[in-house]
Design a protein around this ligand. Structure first.
Ligand code: AMP
Length: 358
């Protein structure tokens, strides 16, 4: 046991802890959520980004660093000293990498091993298919393409460089012209429908799965191409990119909610059958906390999941004051950041912190 975990098991007072994350992504709602739930917070900011957290007044304290390489030497000892519990978000994982996250000694909300399943397309697919989730077909090689496909390069930052083609010939034409040196790609059936991001929360403390909210993304240039007529798009040789700029809140047809709850249940259940790839040990706690199924819904109302995010997504950011769904369930404005803080706060008070640490 790390020193932090030892003392965590002792105190049942939320004030003896601190909720922390890196200043980016969804940190504003995480920090505010901690404060609203009576848990002190700490923002870890790369020098030059702290203005945001000062200006909005959500950080109790700010720890400034010059480089992420200082994490182990400067940040971790500080976190352990403060009994800090880390909330991972998308930028947290992309700045530090899941290998480094696995080695962290500080308290961490969530199951760390899940990150590997989420970040590896093959493992992610195995997990979701075992949960009986509908997914776009994947083509092993360009010669197999027999419908419109979206080609994603591994590690393509925020959907930049994806392209859509409908034959092997077109595939090689675009790839050889624009990405001659890229060989790590994934060819997925292009699903024609509307994107929908389902934000879930599962608490091991209450044993309940909640739907927190929904969003769709505002992507450049995919969301603006329709403003130009097709022949001008062709003339200007515009290629679609999916660089995320922001998130737009949504509510869905109420009749779709039962299916969405069931999808979430199945993904959680299947996550408990996954294993640690190094030790082979089963991930008994499985997936918990905040997660998101990234879907495309077709005109026949089939919901295809093209990705899972096993942590808080930035699509929850429009709901700092809660969503139409959390307004039904809670008497206070409940953001996903606050919901996480509440889980931690309840776990501390009930002496069950170990159940939510990975
Ligand atoms: P991603 O980087 O995987 O989150 O995808 C970026 C964007 O590409 C998403 O917002 C979707 O609009 C679109 N997209 C990804 N996969 C598919 C797919 N299989 N079919 C249709 N659109 C997709």
């Amino acid at each position: 046991m790390t020193p932090a975990k030892k003392s965590a098991a002792v105190s049942k007072n939320p004030k003896d802890y601190c909720i922390t994350t890196i200043g980016s992504h969804s940190a504003l709602q995480i920090l505010k959520g901690a404060r609203d739930e009576g848990v002190p917070n700490l923002a870890i900011c790369k020098r030059g980004t702290e203005r945001v957290y000062k200006s909005f007044g959500v950080a109790d304290e700010i720890l400034l660093i010059d480089d992420w390489s200082e994490w182990e030497t400067k940040v971790e000892p500080e976190l352990i000293k403060r009994n800090a519990i880390i909330i991972p978000h998308g930028s947290f994982i992309s700045y530090l990498g899941h290998e480094r996250v696995q080695k962290m000694q500080s308290m961490y909300y969530g199951t760390k091993e899940i990150l590997e399943w989420e970040s590896n397309r093959t493992m992610e697919r195995q997990w979701l298919l075992s949960a009986n989730i509908l997914m776009p077909r994947v083509f092993e090689k360009p010669e197999d393409i027999d419908c419109p496909v979206i080609v994603k390069f591994h590690g393509a930052g925020g959907g930049f460089g994806y392209f859509v083609v409908r034959s092997a010939e077109q595939f090689y034409e675009v790839k050889n012209r624009k990405y001659p040196d890229e060989n790590d790609f994934n060819i997925q059936e292009y699903i024609i429908g509307v994107p929908l991001y389902i934000h879930y929360f599962y608490s091991p403390i209450t044993g309940e799965l909640e739907i927190m909210s929904f969003d769709k993304r505002y992507e450049s240039n995919a969301d603006s191409i329709g403003r130009i007529k097709a022949e001008d798009q062709l003339a200007a040789k515009i290629h679609t990119s999916y660089t995320i700029v922001g998130n737009i809140p949504l509510v869905v047809r109420e009749s779709m909610l039962p299916e969405f709850f069931e999808m979430g249940d199945r993904v959680i259940k299947a996550s408990r059958t996954l294993h640690n790839t190094k030790t082979g040990e089963r991930l008994k706690k499985g997936l918990f906390g905040s997660f998101c199924l990234e879907t495309i819904v077709t005109r026949k109302l089939q919901t295809f999941v093209f990705e899972i995010s096993a942590r808080i997504v930035a699509g929850t950011n429009p709901f700092i004051e809660g969503s139409p769904y959390t307004a039904l369930k809670y008497t206070v404005p409940m953001s996903t950041g606050r919901r996480i803080a509440r889980d931690i706060q309840q776990a501390i008070k009930q002496g069950r912190l170990e159940e939510i640490l990975g």
